[in-house]
Design a protein around this ligand. Structure first.
Ligand SMILES: C[S@@+](CC[C@H](N)C(=O)[O-])C[C@H]1O[C@@H](n2cnc3c(N)ncnc32)[C@H](O)[C@@H]1O
Length: 261
């Protein structure tokens, strides 16, 4: 297996390669061909055996997060820029206010490689972190969790398909924080994701939802129209100085969602 070590910016650039450009094929620095974004979404059975490992730097962590990436199980098998932005924000906020996540139950939706959840579990060893996605991504997330947190002390991998009943295996009633990065890209899934967010955050429950979004298509507006019926979106403005301007320029937005009463 080839190991590519890249900093966050380079990894983000690499993750950008499979942009929604019809039928295009992109390649990583190592020359491994990745299918186009359209070809990858929604998830489907593996069509490639190409597997690589990347290392993504997250400030505050002694070592980069190591991620096995695999374009086979769909778009979640590679790391996306919004995931890196959200990981960096969680790290920045944790450095300023360690009490905020200490002892909390954190659930990540559409974790893909598991980057955001793994970074959170590493940053906050006494938080209980659940990384979730569709069945096809679970093995990759398990591998990545084990790669970074041997014994997976405070990180759990579980299937959570949007729109379906919340899994009994996850203590969803105890979830304090929901994280979601780059989960808006496939129109049929829009109502499903909104339903899951509503299920996790019933009216009146005191919790935080950090939602990081990469702008791609006009159709995304339909997601936000649905979301608006149930949630207010508040721009996160306590990120590291200059950071927001930087990721906004790349079409990435970071919001805190608050359930409407
Ligand atoms: C663009 S990827 C983002 C992955 C990761 N959050 C990141 O930032 O690198 C979108 C993720 O949403 C997941 N996803 C899509 N539809 C889903 C559904 N119906 N239920 C659960 N996860 C889903 C995909 O499997 C994929 O991992």
């Amino acid at each position: 297996m080839t190991v590519i070590v890249v900093d966050a910016a380079t990894a983000a650039a690499a993750a950008e390669l499979p942009r929604p450009r019809g039928g295009s094929v992109s390649s990583t620095d190592s020359g491994v061909a990745l299918p186009s974004f359209e070809a990858l979404a929604p998830s489907r059975p593996p069509t490639t055996t190409a597997q690589e490992e990347v290392a993504i730097g997250v400030p505050g962590l002694g070592a980069p997060v190591r991620l096995k990436v695999d374009a086979g199980p769909g778009c979640g098998g590679i790391a996306w820029p919004a995931g890196e932005v959200l990981s960096r924000y969680v790290a920045h906020r944790h450095a300023r206010d360690p009490a905020r996540l200490a002892g909390k139950t954190v659930l990540e939706l559409g974790s893909g490689t598991g980057l955001v959840g793994i970074a959170t579990a590493l940053l906050v060893p006494d938080a209980d972190v659940w990384v979730t996605d569709q069945d096809i991504l679970l093995d990759l997330m398990r591998e990545n969790a084990e790669l970074n947190i041997p014994g997976s002390r405070n990180i759990h991998v579980e299937e959570l398909s949007w729109g379906e009943d919340l899994p009994a295996a996850i203590p969803t009633a105890s979830v304090d924080v929901v994280l979601a990065a780059d989960c808006v890209y496939f129109e049929p899934a829009f109502p499903l994701l909104v339903k899951t967010l509503c299920d996790l955050a019933p009216v009146g429950k005191d919790m935080e939802i950090l939602f990081c979004y990469k702008k791609r298509r006009k159709a995304d507006k339909r997601f936000f129209a649905l979301l608006k019926k149930h949630f207010d979106s508040i721009v996160v403005d306590d990120d590291k100085e200059g950071e927001r301007e930087k990721y906004n320029r790349e079409g990435v937005m970071l919001w805190r969602l608050r359930r409407r009463r």
